[in-house]
Design a protein around this ligand. Structure first.
Ligand code: MSP
Length: 526
């Protein structure tokens, strides 16, 4: 079995403070990275920022800052957010990093030397005040989508990448490798909307954009967007650099996690660039859906209108990190769009964290204290109910691994919660309070040992998903926190005279109505 795993998120545009929408991709990729790491794989998780382009030039100027002053502040803020969300990235790439700039220039030159990039003329619709080219489809009511002013046809000298040459090769790739692009619905979208109508060569340089990587052999041109942004997945590993050991170790990428609006770039342009460079292709592009507000993509402007809190910083400081990670991973089916609003968020917290999970932990430890004075001893013969329960926990544990292997974190987290729900049912079925009345302490010990071990086995699977409270519960049984998923893989690890303590109450139940009022006030201050 191959023991490395390379996973990436898109690099973020630092044109604004990152919101819950951006956090979505990063948290989902993080839980996959953590899971495979705890499985014993050598994981490389890459994220970063996409720092070139006219927009950055303009925002920085409007704030009277140089581009780098502006970017450094935003990047510091992004890193702080990733720390708050417990994002376990192995590398943070900035496209202004010198090694990236130099390598992109080498890649551009290599493609040019191979005849994959050529010089020609770019024709587009130009907005003079914004200094931007637009295509017909991008215009709003025939005007510039940024400032609403008229545009005029213009030409400039530019370099082009021979994307059209790869039309059949990309189709062939999808046919021969049905797992290349997932979920599979995205394949039809690519084929019908973009490939069948015909791929055109791609303009990959600009003379009108200054804030970008210059083409080193023709410096009035800057490298435009995709040949700068996409190769970050290679440059971060040391490709074409003196130390390319990570490139040798981790390329090809196992999975690029991207939002659905940028699947086109990752599933068409990116493999074409790699084919042109004669490099192996990533094994999978996973195009996830959007967090929605009503019909549309969740965005800051819409959220402020509707008085919804979409700043993950506010949600984390008020409800804890687990609530945000849980909502994004469990309630939004990975691969599909899903709605976000405060009520759904608060109800998800109460149902899953306060009731199902938190209550199970305090209930189980409470029972051990109440009926056994907090001292647990594996004892006695197991009954059929116990054996069935154990078999079910172990079989669902296996399912979680299969689901994660299949890049299905939502399914896996649902299975984990089904396991907790089985634990709660097992308490009801075995009724330790009734056994206590019968003074059957041996049976209480057997039941509580089975239950405690089932909780710990399940909880260990939960650690890559919810990174805050779940790691603290091992101490309730005097156990150490696991490093590997296999550390608590099977029943039979609790020792005689295990002292059970109750620990803190993990998640206080929320008064949804009161919280909705509080959040509305917080949102209007955003
Ligand atoms: N810079 C490009 C990516 C270049 S990759 C070589 C970019 N950046 S972005 O900041 O606009 O988006 C980064 C990620 O955030 C994307 O995966 C995007 O889908 C995700 N999201 C932003 N808002 C979102 C939602 N409302 N819902 C889910 N994810 C969304 O694109």
């Amino acid at each position: 079995m191959k023991n490395t795993f390379y996973i990436t998120t898109p690099i973020y545009y630092p044109s604004n403070k990152l919101t819950l929408g951006n956090s979505y991709t990063t948290i989902l990729a993080d839980c996959l990275a953590r899971f495979f790491r705890m499985q014993g794989k050598d994981v490389f998780y890459l994220t970063g920022t996409d720092e070139h382009g006219q927009k950055i030039e303009k925002v920085a100027a409007s704030e009277n800052k140089t581009e780098m002053e502006y970017l450094n502040e935003i990047v510091a803020d992004a890193k702080k957010l990733w720390q708050m969300l417990d994002i376990s990235y192995d590398k943070f790439i900035r496209t202004t990093d010198e090694y990236h700039v130099k390598t992109v220039q080498k890649i551009f030159k290599k493609l040019y030397d191979l005849g994959e990039i050529y010089k020609s003329t770019y024709r587009g619709l130009y907005c003079t005040p914004c200094e931007s080219f637009w295509t017909e489809e991008q215009l709003i009511d025939g005007k510039c989508p940024d400032c609403g002013r008229p545009v005029e046809p213009m030409e400039e000298e530019a370099y082009f990448f021979r994307l059209s040459k790869y039309q059949d090769k990309i189709l062939d790739l999808y046919t021969k490798n049905p797992n290349f692009l997932r979920p599979t619905s995205r394949v039809n979208e690519m084929v019908n909307n973009f490939i069948k109508p015909g791929l055109k060569d791609l303009c990959v340089s600009r003379t009108s954009v200054k804030w970008g990587i210059p083409v080193d052999f023709d410096p009035k041109h800057t490298i435009y967007v995709w040949i700068d942004a996409l190769p970050n997945y290679l440059t971060a590993l040391g490709y074409l650099q003196s130390d390319d050991s990570n490139f040798k170790k981790f390329w090809p990428c196992d999975v690029h996690i991207v939002g659905k609006e940028i699947v086109r770039f990752h599933a068409i342009i990116w493999p074409a660039i790699l084919m042109a460079l004669n490099l192996p292709l990533p094994k999978q592009i996973y195009g996830h859906g959007w967090l929605l507000f009503g019909e549309g993509k969740l965005s800051k402007s819409k959220a402020v209108d509707k008085k919804e809190v979409i700043d993950p910083r506010v949600l984390v400081s008020r409800y804890g990190l687990d609530s945000v990670r849980l909502f994004l991973i469990k309630e939004i089916v990975f691969g599909q769009d899903g709605p976000y609003n405060q009520e759904l968020f608060l109800n998800s917290y109460n149902t899953n964290l306060a009731n199902e999970y938190g209550n199970l932990i305090s209930r189980s430890c409470g029972i051990a204290q109440k009926y056994l004075g907090g001292i647990l001893n594996p004892a006695g013969e197991l009954e059929q109910t116990d054996l069935d329960f154990k078999a079910e926990i172990l079989s669902k544990r296996k399912t979680v691994f299969e689901q994660m292997e299949d890049i299905n974190p939502t399914g896996a987290l649902n299975t984990i919660f089904e396991m907790f729900s089985k634990c709660n049912k097992y308490i009801d079925e075995t009724a330790p309070w009734a056994l206590f009345k019968q003074n059957n302490l041996t049976r209480i010990n057997s039941v509580l040992t089975t239950l405690s071990e089932a909780i710990i086995i399940t909880n260990t699977l939960l650690l890559p998903f919810l990174t805050d409270k779940p790691k603290t519960i091992y101490a309730n049984w005097g156990l150490s926190e696991p490093i590997r998923l296999d550390d608590y893989a099977n029943f039979g690890f609790l020792k005689t005279n295990t002292i059970v303590t109750k620990g803190e109450n993990l998640y206080a139940r929320l008064d949804v109505k009161k919280e909705l009022e509080e959040l509305t006030i917080l949102a209007s201050r955003a």
